[in-house]
Ligand binder design. Structure first.
Ligand SMILES: C[S@@+](CC[C@H](N)C(=O)[O-])C[C@H]1O[C@@H](n2cnc3c(N)ncnc32)[C@H](O)[C@@H]1O
Length: 223
């Protein structure tokens, strides 16, 4: 995994700027292709299925125009949605207001959650194809932000494109990457998507804080 560092290189800055410009272009052009207005069945199963989670606090990473954040709030969740694009957040706020659904919608970067008023703790994180487009040098910060805000046993449901799905050098996510980056989490499920290019639904669960609570050099093992 990338080493912690504070000063991004010119290449890294360019990557962040390129992603921002690309996303702004999509929202300026009208309705982005992902903005279907339909909540995916994988999230519906988690919220309404036979083993549904009890409603709690949820954070949607890259909430776009708010379809899923509003869905969660309608089902009793206390929801915060974050998106990098102000136009998306404006539309999400309008959608929530039109439905009379209380959702906190914040314009900001999910890799810089400390800059936002979103302390958590959260029981559920939902990410539909946000993480997989984040430049590699910001992904550790994404994982740390979620880890610091996760309630014990919290879930992260993430949809992501596999590497090579897009014609660029940064997009994509794999199960191995998530396992390595999300320390203190367990990858409990990886289900391939049905898209013509490789896609995956990942479910991660925040495990006990044993590693964090144990001082270096000590062990919780017996003997
Ligand atoms: C594929 S879209 C999905 C939007 C929404 N969840 C939906 O289902 O319609 C991914 C979203 O992530 C947002 N995004 C990408 N990088 C982000 C970042 N670093 N911080 C916050 N939002 C980001 C994009 O602006 C976009 O709205």
């Amino acid at each position: 995994m990338a080493q912690p560092h504070t000063t991004p290189s010119a290449t890294e800055r360019n990557q962040e700027e390129a992603v921002l410009n690309e996303l702004e272009k999509y929202y300026r052009a009208g309705k982005p292709p992902w903005d279907t207005g339909v909540t995916p069945p994988e999230l519906v199963a988690l919220v309404e299925g036979h083993a549904a989670l009890p409603p709690g606090r949820a954070l949607e990473l890259g909430c776009g125009t708010g379809t899923n954040a509003v869905y969660l709030a309608r089902h009793g969740w206390d929801v915060v949605g974050v998106d990098l694009i102000d136009r998306a957040i404006e539309q999400a706020r309008a959608k929530a207001a039109a439905e009379g659904t209380p959702v906190r919608l914040l314009h900001g970067d999910v890799t810089r959650l400390d800059e936002l008023d979103a302390p958590g703790p959260y029981d559920l994180f939902f990410d539909l194809s946000c993480y997989c487009g984040i430049p590699p040098h910001r992904r550790d910060a994404y994982a740390a932000g979620l880890t610091h805000r996760a309630a014990p046993g919290a879930r992260l449901l993430m949809f992501g494109y596999g590497p090579g799905a897009f014609d660029d050098l940064i997009s994509g996510v794999t199960a191995d990457e998530l396992r390595a980056r999300f320390t203190g989490w367990e990858l409990v499920d990886t289900t391939p998507g049905t898209n013509p290019v490789p896609t995956f639904w990942f479910t991660l669960r925040r495990t006990a804080d044993v590693a964090e609570a144990t001082p270096p050099g000590t062990s919780t093992a017996g003997g």
